[in-house]
Design a protein around this ligand. Structure first.
Ligand SMILES: [Zn+2]
Length: 410
């Protein structure tokens, strides 16, 4: 039988008092009161699964009403932009330390001897830089808080990293790709680099090729989480890149359509995280690394279906098709809407080894294999385009490069 919860009842149920308290907090939010009015306080995992899931809008309504604060003596209350590459900024709250002591108790990629480059962008209410800094602080290593750099600065920084004998670097996979692709292009190596920490997006297999050239002894160490849940799980080089071991204070549940939801069992957590859905789908299984307990395999986002002229387009499938093409390292779908209707759909390709890709052949292949595109663009097939670009479109607000970008045309 497939497990539906990351913890067995005897481990989770004695800690459900945290979920009951969260339910009481949510009941006090005017926008949510009706939704939770008839819900019984959960005493079992079945009782928890019977509660309605919480989405980002619900959580933001709750935070606006509750305005949670760190407990006295627990430091400041930090407000961060929460994930999501579209829409207006939303906030997640956390006390100083960002719950990383619980992560460090189980996961120690950094050691005292490490020289760690924190390449997650700092400022702009982004959380990951500070979260990684808190982990490095607990490890007692040396920290180079580099953050984001301009295009013409990479080579100088990389030379400095080599001189400083940097052993570890962390960032979102999109940012890490910039670092390693630039190093590879410049013929620079980081021979002391052993560890690549990542969080914020799925791992990009193309990184392995760049790492093999730039830092052949480096291995990946992943975290999975969001600004609402904070770190949910971690993995090691022995785990598949899409599989994470949930922390014991994070209860993971697989719901309908394999949608994951998360419930905090940590009484210190400020966000009311009760069956919170990030939009990620997944499954629980035994990790091939052999570590006991349920691991969470993340299958990608279920909200990657977008309406194009009234038909659902599976963006992930189009991207996966393009990224199988020789010479393509990464792909992105950009939809330009005019008056609410998709005027054009563009598939942008970042060239990789084995290139350049044959854009016209790929265009015909994707068009004929994708019912939504061939139907929606039946009368103007030229409105579906495939282009090679030097850079994909990234979100200046979140620093992420999403698979899908929707923008308003003229
Ligand atoms: Zn594992």
């Amino acid at each position: 039988m497939t497990e539906l919860f990351s913890l067995p009842p005897d481990a989770a149920e004695p800690r459900l008092h945290v979920a009951r308290r969260t339910l009481e907090r949510l009941r006090g939010v005017p926008e949510l009161a009706l939704r939770y009015a008839d819900c019984a306080a959960p005493r079992t995992l079945d009782g928890l699964a019977a509660l309605p899931p919480l989405d980002k809008d619900g959580l933001n309504a709750a935070l606006a009403h509750l305005e949670p604060r760190a407990a006295p003596g627990a430091g400041a209350t930090w407000l961060f932009q929460s994930g999501g590459s579209t829409g207006a900024p939303k906030v997640g709250h956390a006390p100083t330390g960002f719950y990383m002591a619980g992560v460090h108790a189980r996961w120690r990629p950094l050691e005292r001897d490490d020289v760690f480059v924190n390449a997650w962008g700092a400022g702009r209410m982004w959380g990951a830089h500070f979260l990684a800094a808190a982990l490095a602080d607990l490890a007692g290593c040396r920290i180079l808080a580099v953050g984001s750099v301009a295009t013409d600065e990479y080579a100088d920084w990389l030379r400095f990293f080599a001189t400083a004998r940097v052993t570890a670097i962390g960032g979102t996979p999109s940012v890490l790709r910039l670092w390693f692709a630039r190093a590879r292009d410049a013929g620079l190596e980081l021979p002391a680099l052993r560890k690549v920490l990542w969080l914020g997006e799925a791992w990009q297999p193309q990184l392995e090729a760049d790492l093999a050239a730039v830092a052949p002894r480096a291995r990946r160490w992943g975290m999975f989480g969001s600004t609402e849940t904070w770190v949910v799980g971690t993995n090691t080089p022995d785990c598949p890149a899409d599989t994470f071991h949930p922390l014991p204070e994070q209860l993971v549940h697989v719901g309908a359509a394999e949608l994951l939801d998360f419930t905090t069992l940590d009484p210190a957590v400020l966000n009311p995280v009760l069956r919170y859905r990030t939009g990620d789908a997944g499954t629980l299984l035994a990790c091939p690394c052999g570590r006991p307990g349920s691991a969470m395999r993340v299958l990608g986002r279920r909200d990657s279906v977008v309406q194009v002229r009234g038909l659902g387009l599976h963006v992930d499938e189009v991207i996966a098709r393009a990224e199988r093409e020789p010479g393509v390292s990464r792909a992105q779908v950009v939809i330009t809407e005019e008056h609410g209707r998709a005027a054009t759909v563009e598939l942008l390709l970042l060239a990789g080894p084995g290139g350049p890709p044959d854009t016209e052949r790929l265009r015909r292949a994707v068009l004929s294999a994708t019912f939504t595109l061939s139907t929606a663009f039946q009368h103007d097939p030229e409105s579906f385009r495939v282009r090679r670009v030097d850079e994909l479109v990234s979100n200046g607000r979140t620093g992420k490069t999403a698979g899908l970008v929707v923008r308003e045309g003229s």
